[in-house]
Design a protein around this ligand. Sequence first.
Ligand SMILES: *[C@@H]1O[C@H](CO)[C@@H](O)[C@H](O)[C@H]1NC(C)=O
Length: 876
Amino acid sequence: MTGGKKHGAVRPFTATTPPPVFSLLYLFLLVLSNTIVTINAQSKSPRKVSFTPADNFLIDCGGPKSTQLTDGRTFRSDPQSTSFLYTTEDIKLSSGINTSSISPIYLNARVFSDKSTYGFSISQPGCHWIRLHFYPFTNPRYNLSTAVFSINTDDIVLLHDFSISNSSIPVVKEYLITFNKERASLIFTPNKGSFAFINAIELVSAPDGLILDTVTNVQPAGQFSGISNYALEVSYRVNVGGPNIKPEEDTLGREWKPDIEFMEFAATAQNVSIDHRSIKYPDDGSVTPLTAPVVVYSTAEKMADSNTVDQNFNITWQMTASHAYSYLIRLHFCDIVSKGLNELYFNVYLNGLMGASSLDLSSLTSGLSTAYYKDFVINATTIINDTISIQVGPATGSDSGTPNAILNGLEVMKMSNSAGSLDGPYAVDGSYHGDYATKSTVTKIMSAIGLALGVVALILLGMMLCRWRRRPAGWEKKNSFSSWLLPLHVSQSSFLSSCSKGSYRHRFGSHKSKSGYSSFFASGTLGVGRIFTFAELQHATHNFDEKDVIGVGGFGKVYLGELEDGTKLAVKRGNPSSEQGIHEFQTEIQMLSKLRHRHLVSLIGCCDENSEMILVYEYMSNGPLRDHLYGSTGLPPLSWKQRLEVCIGAARGLHYLHTGAAQGIIHRDVKTTNILLDDSLIAKVADFGLSKAAPSLEQTHVSTAVKGSFGYLDPEYFRRQQLTEKSDVYSFGVVLFEVLCARPAINPALPREQVNLAEWAMQWHRKGQLEKIIDPHLVGTISPASLKKYVEATEKCLAEYGVDRPSMGDVLWNLEYALQLQEASMGQPNDDPSDNSARHILPESPLVPIQEQRGLATIDEDSTPEVTAMPLIEGR
Ligand SMILES: *[C@@H]1O[C@H](CO)[C@@H](O)[C@H](O)[C@H]1NC(C)=O
C-alpha cells in the first residue's frame, strides 16, 4: 500500500497569508466588550486622581428621567438632558429585559425612522470623547438588530451603513473628536427602509493635552503635525503585561485590555510588575496620572529569558487594522526592570519599520520607574495584510547589561481619512472619495535633507519591504491564540474556505456584527456538537461545586460533570467576567468541531446561555500523563510498554493535527499535562493544562502560560519566532524524555546543569550513559533495542533546527518500532510487561514489514474516515 509515502508527506508549512478573519475579531470584540464607562468613579487605583470634565453629557436615550449607575454617574433621559433632540419621529422603546446583569442604560433605546439630530452646546472647545452605546434588543415593535444606519457629526462620519446583528452584549464605539464650535451635533440617518437606534450617548471633555498635536512619523521618518485636524476612533487600548482595567477603575472611564490576545509569540515575553507606589511621574507634567492609570506603568512585558548567550529577538504584538487609514499609536513605557540608570536600551518597530532606536528610558525620564509615553503615526501604506505590528527588541551593540526590551501600555487610534470619515469612503455630504486612505499630506519631514535622501529612503524602504514580505511563516501569522486554545491553524486555504462557508464572512466581513456563539453549532455548518442548557450543566456539576474542579487554566475552571444517564463530562467554564475569552471560545468551538480523532480529546458541546461560555469535553478519567510519571499522585508507575503505547497514541493525535483532515494545525503547547488518558489508558491530546499551577483568577496569565510551557519550547521558535509543526516535534521530544526519566521538563530546584531535562538528558546520552538517569521503575524492564530506537527518535526530535527534526509521522513510525522491539523482547505481545525474563533476545531490525502493516495502516484508518465525515474540510 502507499502508506509509506503518505505518512512521510507532511505538508510544508509555508508562509501563506493567514486569514484576517480572526484578528478582525479582536477589533470588534474590543469594541463589544468596552462596557460602561465612568468618570470620577471610585477608583481601585491607589492614586486618587480626579477630573471634572467641562462638558459632560450622559444620555440614557429613551430612558426614565434619570438613571444612576453603580459607579456614581447619572445618565439623564433625552428630554432631561441639556442636549436637544431634533427629530420628526422618534420612538421610545424598552427592552422588556428584566435583568440586573446589564447596565440600566441598555434597557431603553430611542428609535429614529427618519434623519434625527442630537445637539449639544459645548462650553469648552477642544478634544471630547464620544461613546456610543448600542444594545440591539428585540421589542414587540422593533427588532433592533435589523437596523441599518449611519451616524456623523457636522463634519465627521463616525459610522456608515452600521448594523449590529445578534450581539448578546452591548457594543460601544469610542471616538476622540475635537469640537471648536459652540454647537456639536450627532446626526442619525437610517438607511432607506430601515431605522436607527441608540441606547446611550456620552459626550465628555477629555483633559487638555491628552492628545499631542505633533508626534513622530514612522515613515518617512520625521514628524507629523496636525493630529488635531483628525478625528480619532479608539481601536485598541491595552495594559501590556497587566490586568484588565475596567472603565470604572480609570478616572477617565477608559477600558484597558490585557495584551495576551495580541501577542504574537507569548513565550517570548514575560510579565513584570512592581508596587504601583514606586511609579513616578515626571516633574514637567508631560505625563500625569490622567495619561494612563498607574497600573499601566507598574506592569509590563519584558523579554523572556531564552537561555541563549545571545539573547536577541523581538516581542511582537499584532492587531487588525484597516489599510485604508493611518493610525496614531501611543506606546507607554516605564523602566521597572533595570537596577541602575542607562542599563536598558531597546528598539521599537512599527509595522516592521524603526520607530525609535536605542530608546534609553532612564535618560528620557531622568530616573527609573518614571512614566513615559511616545506617540507615532503609521501611514496607511505601511499596513500590510490589514495588520498593525508593534515590536520591541534589544538594541544591538549596546555594551551594558542583559539585553532587554519592555512595553507597558499601548493605544491604537484610527485617524479619519480624506473623506473625513472613520468608516468608509463617503463624506458627510454623501460624496464619494475613491482614494480615501488617510493621507499624510500634513506630514512634514523636519529633517529636511532633501529629495536625494528621500530617494535613498525609498530604496531602503523597498528593500525592507521585500525582506519583510519574505519573512517566513511566523511573521505573517497574526492569529496567535491564547494558551487555553488547542491548536494554531496555519494553513490558510482550508481554513478560509471553512470560514466563508459558515456565517463567518457574513458576520465578520464587517466588524460590526456578531452572532451568538451557539449559532456556530446550530448553523449546521459546523454542526458537530450539542447545545447544553445552563441548568443541565449546573445539575451535572452540582452547581459548579468547587469540589468538582478537576483543573484550572488561565481562562477558567474545568469541572467534572455527570449527566442523568451517567455520562461523565469535563466542563470548562470560562470566567464570565473575562470578556476577551469570547473570541477564544468561538475559535475553540470552530476548531474543535472540525477535529475528530481517536487520539484527540473531543468536544461534545457547549453552552452560551446567560452570557456563559462553557465548553463540554469528553471526560478523561485517568487524567494527565504527567500524573502517571512522577509527583505525589500515588498512581502506580506505567510499564515501558504502556508508556510506549501512550506516546504512540499522542503521536498519532499530533500527526493527525499536522497532516490529517484538518490539515496544518500546530498544537503549540505539547506537554505531559496536555496528554490525557482515558479509562483504558488510551492517550488523547488536549488543550487544557490540568496541572497548571492554579493562578488566582485575577492574576494574569502571561507568565504562567509561558512558564508552564518552558522547557518544552523549541529553541528555534524562540530565536526566529517562526512557528512550524516542527516546534511541536521538539516539544514532543521533551515529552519522550520526560516519559523515560520521569522528571519534569524544568525543575528549577535542581543544580543548574540539571534544570532543563532536554539538555541534561542529551548530555548523558552523548556520554553513552543515558540508562543512569532513566526512571528507576523501568530499570531492567526495557529491551535495549527498544530503548535505543526510542532514544534515537527522541534525539532527532530535539535537533537544534526544525529542518533536521523528523515529521510526527516518522516519530510515530519509530515509536511503533520501539514497541515491537519491546514486545518481541518479551516473547509475545501480550506478555505481562513486568516479566523481563525474555528481554534481551531481540534482533535489531527484521521487523520492518510488520511495522508497515501496523503503523501505517493504523494511520490511515485513523484519519481517513474523519475526512469523509467532515464536509467542511477542504483544500486537501
Ligand atoms: C525585530 O524586528 C525588526 C522589524 O521587524 C527587524 O528588522 C529586526 O531584525 C528584528 N530583530 C530580531 C532580532 O529579530
